[in-house]
Design a protein around this ligand. Structure first.
Ligand code: SAM
Length: 217
């Protein structure tokens, strides 16, 4: 339990929280030109999931990535946090409808409600651009705390979003901007080692797969 939860208060964020959960799923479908399934499966492939792992999706939205991970790797345990009550409610509904066990909780990325070193994999997909630089660093430090040594962090986001986002995305990128190379820099700043990085193959999305430092590193 985080300090804020122990005090009975919900932790706060300076990030941009989305409250239109049903509309969000429609937007993703539109932006991905109906290729959302391939988009989610590509991210799960990049995360290199193995049986029995505990996987946390931070800023999970309506839970699509966590539920895809569970569909492809039945023996993993999936967790998701999002600052939005509406997103979490929809994620929980989607899991119930799919008959899938998934632990979705309303919480902020800057203060994750998990014990140290309890996850093998953490994902942050298209959410870091919702956070300002200070919140991004807090989020990175929290991800390092909850990952076991050698655990993997998959970062996916629009690099250069403010200049290159086209069409409908132009309206959703006034709040944040990830400069080229910034995903890698964020991971390295908190001591992660980059294993693989590059374009995701969808729009101007880029990924970084990085491992948490071993004890003593
Ligand atoms: C563009 S959506 C991405 C959702 C999901 N990861 C996906 O791939 O579809 C960004 C999400 O980040 C959430 N968010 C913004 N600030 C946050 C914070 N500080 N902590 C947790 N979630 C946050 C928003 O509520 C929103 O659901």
């Amino acid at each position: 339990m985080t300090r804020a939860e122990a005090d009975g208060a919900r932790p706060e964020t300076t990030g941009l929280v989305l409250h239109w959960a049903t509309g969000y799923d429609w937007l993703v479908w539109l932006v991905m030109h109906g290729r959302e399934r391939a988009f989610r499966e590509r991210m799960i492939e990049l995360a290199r999931l193995q049986g029995g792992e505990r996987v946390l999706d931070v800023g999970c939205g309506t839970g699509s990535l966590a539920l895809t991970a569970k569909r492809l790797h039945a023996s993993i345990a999936v967790f998701g946090v999002d600052a939005s009550a509406e997103m979490i409610a929809r994620a929980q509904n989607k899991a119930a409808r799919a008959g899938v066990t998934a632990d979705f909780r309303q919480s902020v990325a800057e203060s994750l409600p998990f014990a140290p070193a309890c996850m093998e994999v953490v994902t942050t997909t298209v959410m870091l651009h919702h956070l300002g630089p200070a919140a991004r660093r807090q989020c990175a430090a929290e991800i390092k705390r909850v990952l076991r040594p050698g655990g993997r962090w998959l970062l996916v986001d629009f690099e250069g979003a403010a200049r290159h986002a086209g069409g409908v995305l132009r309206f959703f990128h006034r709040h944040g901007h990830i400069r080229p190379g910034e995903l890698r820099a964020l991971a390295e700043e908190v001591g992660f080692r980059v294993m693989e990085a590059g374009p995701l193959g969808f729009r101007n999305l880029h990924f970084v797969l990085a491992t948490a430092p071993q004890a003593g590193e």
